[in-house]
Design a protein around this ligand. Structure first.
Ligand code: ARG
Ligand code: ZN
Ligand code: CA
Length: 248
């Protein structure tokens, strides 16, 4: 219920070579992917197993728009996860703009995010260019993307963190929590494309919700948030939630 929340996005494309200077079309395909996934209009939404259909999120009413694409040529090859790229290319109005840096992180890392409540100077999400965009979009075969993380789900996952979502396994064993009650307890990340019925914590109720955007499976095998996760994301827009500036 309620109105849509429009999230303006500034995309900082920081490239060391022409390949990393991804096209406007590739950037747009990523924004389209976010709008589908957060709107529950993704074509794989109905792959959700019956055991989780009653708890999957519908439309989160969050929508993403490109405010500006900024391009920076930089000879640095990889940027790591210590926010160096953000200090070099500072965020634009982070209290009301989602800043995304597309730069080669290196080390096989797909992306990383800052939770609400952190320093504004480093607020936003970072993704390597080969994981930013949707190969299934029109023209997608011309994009610089690397399977099996070529459908734009890294950004869906990172924006989930940016809106306060934890990993589905709570980054710990079967005693660690993700602070969402409708995601069953899981004891470890899942990878690839797991079989139905995978259960990392058999002594707790429910199989792993490995098809959730906040697990580590392949892009083609994640296609839902839960209703509880939607509530947790919405709470960030309330007073004190850290993202209230996006409502002004
Ligand atoms: N490892 C990254 C993180 O923890 C992103 C994982 C994204 N997974 C994917 N299938 N695209 O933030
Ligand atoms: Zn993550
Ligand atoms: Ca849970």
């Amino acid at each position: 219920s309620g109105d849509q929340i429009i999230i303006p996005c500034v995309i900082h494309v920081v490239y060391a070579n022409a390949t990393e200077n991804i096209s406007d079309a590739q950037v747009q395909s990523q924004i389209d992917r976010l709008n589908k996934d957060f709107g529950a209009t993704n074509s794989d939404y109905d792959n959700t197993p019956s055991e989780f259909q009653s708890v999957r999120s519908g439309d989160t009413k969050l929508r993403f728009e490109i405010l500006e694409i900024r391009r920076f040529s930089d000879s640095r090859d990889t940027w790591g996860t210590n926010d160096a790229v953000k200090y070099e290319y500072p965020p634009v109005e982070p209290e009301r703009v989602l800043n995304m840096w597309v730069a080669d992180i290196g080390g096989g890392i797909l992306g990383y995010a800052q939770f609400p409540g952190g320093s504004l100077a480093t607020d936003g999400v970072v993704m390597s260019p080969q994981y930013f965009g949707d190969a299934t979009a029109t023209g997608g075969s011309n994009f610089y993307l690397s399977a099996p993380f070529d459908r734009g789900r890294t950004a869906t996952h990172e924006v989930g963190h940016w809106l306060n979502l934890r990993h589905i396994w709570g980054d710990g064993n079967c005693s660690a929590d993700d602070f969402v009650s409708d995601t069953p307890v899981a004891g470890n990340p899942n990878y690839g494309c797991p079989s139905a019925g995978t259960n990392s914590c058999p002594s707790s109720p429910g199989n792993d919700m490995f098809m959730n955007y906040m697990d580590y499976v392949d892009d083609a095998c994640m296609f839902m948030f839960s209703a509880g996760q939607d509530n947790r994301m919405q709470a960030t827009f309330a007073n004190g939630g850290g993202r209230e500036g996006f409502l002004l």
